[in-house]
Write a protein that binds this ligand. Structure first.
Ligand code: ZN
Length: 126
């Protein structure tokens, strides 16, 4: 895929429900948020790589006092998911019974409608 590595292109892909990272062509490092310059070897050659949605819960916390926009979801969990590709993302879930360290989960993008960096799509687990 030769589309330029931009946050606008990232959002455009996220809106279709697909999670893409940038990948350095020289050393293979994956970056999310996507980066034009590799943080490991400083190469400026990067491409898009679609990530799968499977990973494990590496850590989590349960939120009882939320920011206003999430008041309707209380209590909810915020979990750090490590995807199979090694990329880590935060996801919210109201399925508290799934919150176990090491639990295999599938990630789903639930809201990628915001387009302004540094706002970020939301993820949940299914
Ligand atoms: Zn690199």
């Amino acid at each position: 895929m030769s589309e330029e590595i931009t946050i606008e292109n990232f959002y455009s892909k996220a809106k279709s429900g697909k999670l893409f990272a940038s990948q350095c062509i020289d050393c293979g490092k994956l970056s999310l948020p996507p980066r034009k310059i590799c943080p490991v070897c400083y190469s400026t050659k990067a491409t898009w790589r679609e990530l799968g949605n499977e990973g494990i819960i590496e850590s989590f916390t349960i939120i009882h006092v939320p920011p206003k926009r999430f008041e309707h979801e209380v209590p909810y969990g915020v979990c750090l998911i490590e995807l199979n590709e090694g990329i880590k993302v935060l996801a919210r879930t109201t399925m508290l019974e799934k919150l176990k360290i090491g639990q295999k989960v599938k990630l789903k993008i639930i809201d990628a409608q915001r387009n302004e960096w540094p706002d970020w799509p939301y993820f949940t687990i299914e």
